[in-house]
Structure formats: structure tokens, C-alpha cells
Design a protein around this ligand. Structure first.
Ligand code: UDP
Ligand code: MG
Length: 337
């Protein structure tokens, strides 16, 4: 598809995972807003991230009636980060906007994002003005997470910013050059840099369905973020080890001197055991941290693609559904333009 007609193309990238309930509301609200933006064309790139409900069927139906809507069906659930990567790879737009399917990111903000982009911003970040719609626990853990991440990592990720943002084509191309399998999108978005404008918004509650992120998934995402952008947890063991070794040495000297001066003192079973257990535990934690990193190195070294596409659905202008890529195509990062 070429940029005919000269007017810039906006790509909305939407990951769908079991979003059957939210799907109709999403298109009903988003399409009129996109149509209202003057002198632009748009496409909506929908990624079906291995949904087990009828999300795919519904998406294909919607795309049949509208050539501007494309559907990319992944072979299984690869997770939101991989689905977003797929969408960003597939998007053809001059500006790309990832957005959640559950209408938590207000589409009404899109014209504002586009306006800032037209004024020259390369990235327009949508920042949540407050976390009022989140539970107390989520607010607490999110705040703690940003603090920990930003103190450990040289790369600061802006607080309360999700994946909802506008990126210029130059930024998208830069992003497509990052080869890592472990994709912590927030971090990657921040890593590429570029001139950024921040726009505030209120995050709405989910319009339908349930959140796909359980506590465990969020924990894994948090670990992903830290291990992808900081090696501080690895270095700290050097310092912890040195401090403990120094203390142990001093204590050793003290014992030798005390034995020379006061003679042998047999009791001490309890203290020996507790020190032993303490250091045993410390060593296991250290090993665990090293293991987290080695596991990630192992995953990266396998070099598997980030996602697999089963099929692409797009209605052509003549009104015929084309199914591209019948054979599972191993598209990982190659540039497609
Ligand atoms: N999502 C996805 N794959 C997953 C989990 C989620 O594509 O494995 C999509 C989901 O369909 C939605 C977006 O990611 O469009 C955000 O998910 P959700 O609303 O569940 O996350 P939350 O808003 O609770 O953080
Ligand atoms: Mg949501």
C-alpha cells in the first residue's frame, strides 16, 4: 500500500485477547473519531493474540465491511507485548498509535495527539493524570515499581504512562531495529528517545470484560522491565559479598585474639548455625538473581521470532476478502513497507 493521495496515514494498533464483549463498542467509538480528523487517512491494525472466544470471527466480520480495518491473527497467545510488536511491524502509517481494545485509553484524545504530531512532536505521550480508577493495591504497587525501576536503571521510564501514545514513522522504524525477544514495550519506547510531548488524560474503567493481567503476569512484567534495563541487581552481589567478607574477616581476627587471650570457648552452636543459615539464604538469593539474567540470555540466544502470524485478513476495495500468508510466515523483525 502506498501513500497515495498525499494525506498522512494514521495507524491504530490494537491488541485483542478475548475482547469479544468490548469489540463492538470499540469500533463504534473509534471509527467516527478517526473519520473526524481532517486531511488524514487511517487504518486500524487489529492483532488477535490467540483469543479463545469469538474475537477473531467478530474482527473478520468488521474488517469485511471496512477496507481500513486489517486483522492479523497470531498462532497463539503471545502476550500483549508481542502482540503490540506484531502490530507495530505491520502498521504502514506515518504515525502509529497503540491503543487498548477495552476503551480504557480514551479515543477522544487521538485528535489531540495528532495535533501535537503535526506541530512537530515525534512522540506524543498520553499520561494518566491520576490512577483513581485503579484499585488501592494496584496504585501502591505501581508507584513502588516506578520508584524501584527508575532508581535501578539508567533509563528512566515516565511514570503513569502506558502504551497509549503517538509515534512518528521515524520512531517506529527505530523501534523495529531493536531485536530483543524480551519486549518490555514501555522501556523500549523510552529507550529510542526522540522529541516528546506529554498530554494528560483520565483513564476510564474497562468498558466490558475482565483485565487479562493477573498478579503473576504483572510481577513477571515488572521483572522483565528491571532485568531488561538494569544490571544493578547483578552488580549488587559484588558489594554485598565484599561487605560480608570484610565483616567476617574482622570477626575472625576478633575470635583469634580472644582465643589467645581467654582460651577456647566451646559453646556457640546456636550462633554458628544461624550465621550458616543466613549466608546459605543469601547465596541462594544471589544465585536466583544470576539465574534470572541467565534465563533471559538463554531465551535471547535461541533467537526465536517474537510472534508467528497465522493469517492476515483485509478487505480490498473491490470488496473481496484476501487471505494473505496462508502458510505460517516466520516474520519476526524484518522490515515490511
Ligand atoms: N492483551 C493481549 N494479550 C494478552 C493480554 C492482553 O493482547 O495476553 C490486550 C487486551 O486485549 C487489551 C490490552 O492488551 O486490549 C490491555 O489488556 P487489559 O485491559 O487486560 O490490561 P489492563 O488494562 O488491566 O492493564
Ligand atoms: Mg485494560
Amino acid at each position: 500500500m502506498s501513500n497515495y493521495a498525499g494525506s498522512p496515514l494514521l495507524s491504530l494498533v490494537v491488541p485483542f485477547y478475548n475482547e469479544s464483549e468490548a469489540l463492538d463498542a470499540f469500533f463504534m467509538r473509534v471509527v467516527p473519531i478517526l473519520e473526524s480528523i481532517s486531511s488524514t487517512r487511517f487504518e486500524i491494525v487489529c492483532i488477535n493474540d490467540g483469543s479463545s472466544d469469538d474475537t477473531l470471527g467478530k474482527l473478520v466480520d468488521v474488517s469485511r465491511g471496512d477496507a481500513r480495518i486489517r486483522v492479523i491473527d497470531l498462532t497463539r497467545n503471545f502476550g500483549k507485548e508481542a502482540a503490540l510488536t506484531a502490530g507495530i511491524d505491520e502498521a504502514l502509517g506515518d504515525a502509529v498509535i497503540p491503543i487498548d481494545a477495552d476503551l480504557q485509553d480514551p479515543p477522544e484524545l487521538i485528535p489531540t495527539l495528532v495535533q501535537h504530531w503535526r506541530q512537530g512532536a515525534e512522540v506524543v505521550l498520553a499520561q494518566r493524570a491520576s490512577r483513581a480508577t485503579d484499585s488501592f493495591l494496584k496504585r501502591l504497587t505501581a508507584a513502588a515499581y516506578y520508584r524501584v525501576h527508575n532508581s535501578l536503571s539508567d533509563l528512566k521510564i515516565p511514570e503513569n504512562v502506558g502504551d497509549f501514545r503517538l509515534m512518528d514513522r521515524a520512531v517506529v522504524n527505530a523501534l523495529k531495529q531493536l531485536p530483543e525477544r524480551h519486549r518490555f514495550m514501555k522501556g523500549l519506547f523510552a529507550w529510542v528517545g526522540f522529541s516528546t510531548v506529554v498530554v494528560q488524560y483520565e483513564r476510564a474503567p474497562r468498558c466490558a470484560g475482565k483485565s487479562k493481567f493477573s498478579g503473576r503476569r504483572l510481577w513477571n512484567l515488572a521483572l522483565e522491565g528491571i532485568t531488561s534495563f538494569s544490571s544493578v541487581p547483578l552488580h549488587t552481589w559484588t558489594y554485598i559479598g565484599s561487605v560480608i567478607a570484610a565483616l567476617a574477616f574482622c570477626y575472625g581476627v576478633y575470635i583469634v585474639i580472644r582465643t589467645l587471650l581467654l582460651g577456647v570457648d566451646v559453646p556457640g552452636y546456636a550462633s554458628v548455625l544461624s550465621v550458616l543459615l543466613f549466608f546459605g539464604g543469601l547465596q541462594l538469593i544471589g544465585l536466583g538473581v544470576v539465574g534470572e539474567y541467565i534465563g533471559r540470555i538463554y531465551d535471547e540466544s535461541k533467537g526465536r521470532p517474537i510472534y508467528l502470524v497465522r493469517r492476515r485478513y483485509q478487505e480490498h476495495r473491490e470488496g473481496r476478502t484476501v487471505r494473505k500468508g496462508k502458510v505460517i510466515s516466520l516474520v519476526a523483525n524484518e522490515q515490511r513497507s
